[in-house]
Ligand binder design. Structure first.
Ligand code: 9MJ
Length: 688
């Protein structure tokens, strides 16, 4: 033994324990114990001890995750217990038939099931001997898999040693997958290096597990959840799947926190609906729900079929992707005149609905994805998100496939389009004179976050335009119940409701008006900030007129000084505002809105000498008072309320369920205030 070796051995053991605990806390429990820097420092210390005295190295040391050298081929691993797949139910009827068979088989009226989200990854078998991870294998054909031990060791959610009492041998089965965030990061890195990007997280995870060099696997953000038992020696089975999963958790293995228990078929179907609704927000892909009879003895009774057990079924979600043909590309004109391509598709059932249109975003995107008319394409529709053309199936391209070019004329009004220098963006210059822009602009004006006029949808708006009733926002307020009833299929009651909604919307706010006017690049947040800053429409108009005189200044910093004094307003937005407010037609339009009865109160402008003067606030989360009221208090005390957190922000007022803005504040070191702390600040005496 080397001098001081027993000290080193004790320290190494201590470091192994702390690092293993930290990995478990971070990767399994999702409750970090230490920051990355501390983890790295401890890991380096352990590496140093181990390289000074190789006898200190243990196979389950956190330094040994990327231990092995490239292995060449993956050796075959026969599974002692076959890795069966699951039978699928494609609709409710098939699930209910499964439940009926189970109930009849067991002679019971209803059965308790474990409900598990079906992870879309790769099934693996993990063998632990005396608590130590000794072998990991792929599913393969279910009888024989491949040895990917070295690669699996690099997953930090996979414990190299089980906690507590472990049997002489136990195989645990689960799914390796790549969460969305890691997938996006990986693809961005691949693209930056000019490497091939992955089509979906499942392919990326499969690629990562099949790396010959575990160093490469280690760099891929893989995650694991376990859900089943394989072979075991000297292990007494628990009574239920619930208890089995609890045992896995106690051993330090990661178990999906979304798993749930359901009594009977109705509860199972309710879980399905819940998970389907959660699916778009989940941090990883799931492609259905797995139902397993909870009682293990009941499983024995039901038995197994050749390929799949009788006691479990996977009720699949509707596929989010499907192939179809791109029949044509049409161009749509948006509210600001931007002309965007839309795919016309051979109708295809995807994501639970028949899709015949999909967005193509812009010409850049079309070129990047190499999309041609006539191509077979992969269409994606996830949740309520607008369907998109994700990729082309290149080897099915017909010889007469056509390239896609921007039109030279506006498809709605035939004006010559303006193209960007790189010819990827086209815009119709006709403004509200273009019927398509008018339609989109009016829909924006009535939308919920703008004037919030209920009951005037796409079709009714089109009719109002076609019948010459409405040519600009102010005309909406002249619409009468009689004129609405003269339009197709509008009854007296509906007409009266719409007129009432119009009447109600006349009383609005400056922020809603500014947003509703549809000035380019002025979103809800900027509109809000402008309203807070200027307080009155005329003050904003005056600032724009004064700033217009500075448009020709040579130096950037001398242009638009009044507008740029507003938080969140940069040179581009300032220019858009100056252009818009300098247009006499736009001013006449606002004047006509006022004449039609649209009105809004002045907003209290930040007072120059309040206790909070010169301080910038961001409000986030749910507070005891409405957001507008909180903003008014801050403004009255001289503070300014802005939309986004930056280094220039002084305080973030965070209520309940505050999310990303709070996180960003903490990252940037911006002070986060709770409600009480804000009230104190508001009461503080004016600084002298
Ligand atoms: C997935 N893919 O999430 C099973 N699975 O159980 C879950 N797969 C399974 N269970 C037995 N949660 C065979 C496969």
């Amino acid at each position: 033994m080397k001098p001081g070796a027993s000290d080193s051995a004790a320290r190494a053991a201590e470091l192994r324990r702390r690092l293993t605990d930290a990995e478990h806390a971070y990767y399994v429990l999702d409750q970090p114990q230490m920051d990355d820097a501390e983890y790295d420092a401890l890991l380096r210390e352990l590496q140093a001890l181990e390289s000074a005295d190789p006898e200190l190295v243990r196979p389950d040391s956190p330094t040994q995750r990327v231990g092995g050298s490239p292995s060449g081929a993956f050796a075959p691993v026969p599974h002692r217990v076959p890795m069966r797949s699951l039978n699928n139910a494609l609709d409710e009827g098939e699930f209910l038939s499964f439940d009926r068979r189970v109930c009849e088989g067991l002679g019971r009226a209803h059965v308790t099931y474990m409900v598990e989200p079906k992870l879309d990854g790769l099934a693996v078998n993990l063998r632990y001997e005396h608590g130590r991870f000794v072998q990991g294998a792929t599913r393969g054909d279910g009888q024989t898999g491949e040895d990917i031990t070295a690669n699996l060791r690099t997953l930090r959610s996979l414990p190299l040693r089980l906690r507590g009492q472990a049997p002489p041998m136990v195989e645990v089965r689960g799914e390796v997958f790549m969460p969305h965030a890691g997938f996006a990061r990986l693809n961005a890195e691949q693209a930056a290096r000019g490497d091939r990007t992955f089509v979906n997280p499942r392919n990326a995870a499969a690629g990562a597990l099949r790396q010959i060099d575990p160093q490469l696997t280690a760099q891929r953000p893989l995650q694991l959840y376990v859900y089943a038992l394989g072979a075991s020696d000297g292990y007494t089975l628990p009574a239920t799947q619930q208890a089995l999963l609890a045992q896995f958790r106690d051993w330090g293995l990661p178990v999906n926190p979304l798993n749930a228990v359901a009594e009977g078929a109705d509860a199972c179907l309710a879980c399905y609906e819940k998970l389907l609704a959660q699916r778009p927000q989940l941090p990883f892909d799931i492609d259905g729900v797995v139902y397993k009879v909870d009682a293990l003895a009941a499983r024995e009774e039901l038995g197994e079929l050749a390929r799949a057990p009788r006691w479990a079924i996977a009720y699949k979600f509707p596929a989010e992707e499907a192939q179809t043909r791109l029949l044509d590309v049409e161009f749509q004109v948006g509210r600001t005149g931007a002309i965007t391509p839309v795919a016309r598709l051979a109708p295809v059932f995807v994501g639970g609905a028949t899709v015949s249109n999909a967005t193509l975003h812009n010409l850049d995107e079309i070129r990047r994805k190499d999309i041609h008319i006539g191509d077979t394409v992969i269409v994606r529709r996830a949740g309520d998100v607008i369907p998109e053309v994700k990729a082309v199936v290149i080897d099915q391209r017909p010889t007469d496939a056509r390239t896609i070019d921007l039109p030279s004329q506006c498809p709605a009004c035939r004006s010559e389009v303006e193209r960007s220098d790189d010819a990827v963006v086209a815009r119709c210059p006709a403004g509200l004179g273009c019927p398509a822009q008018l339609h989109a602009a009016l829909l924006h004006f009535v939308s919920r976050r703008a004037l919030d006029i209920e009951g005037i949808g796409d079709k009714l708006m089109q009719q109002l335009i076609d019948h010459g009733r409405v040519a600009e926002p102010a005309d909406l307020f002249a619409v009468t119940a009689e004129s609405l009833m003269a339009l197709e299929r509008m009854g007296e009651k509906s007409a009266a409701n719409r007129v009432a909604a119009l009447d109600k919307a006349k009383s609005t706010t400056l922020a809603r008006l500014l947003y509703g006017l549809g000035i380019r690049d002025v979103g809800e947040r900027t509109a809000d900030t402008l309203a807070q800053h200027f307080g009155r429409y005329e003050a904003l108009l005056a600032a724009c007129q004064a700033d217009a005189a500075t448009a020709g200044e040579e130096k950037d910093k001398d242009r638009y000084p009044r507008l740029r004094a507003v938080a969140d307003v940069g040179p581009e937005v300032a220019k858009r505002l100056v252009d818009w407010f300098s247009d006499p037609q736009k001013q006449a339009m606002v004047q006509r809105l006022r004449e039609a009865g649209v009105h809004w109160p002045d907003v209290a402008v930040a007072s120059a000498e309040g206790p909070l003067s010169g301080r910038r606030f961001v409000i986030t989360g749910t507070l005891p008072e409405a957001r507008d009221a909180v903003a008014a208090r801050i403004t009255a005390a001289g503070g300014q309320v802005v939309g986004s957190v930056s280094r220039k922000t002084d305080y973030v007022v965070a209520g309940e369920a505050a999310g990303s803005k709070r996180v960003k504040a903490e990252q940037l070191g911006v002070t986060v205030l709770g409600w009480e702390a804000l009230l104190k600040l508001l009461d503080a005496p004016t600084p002298v």
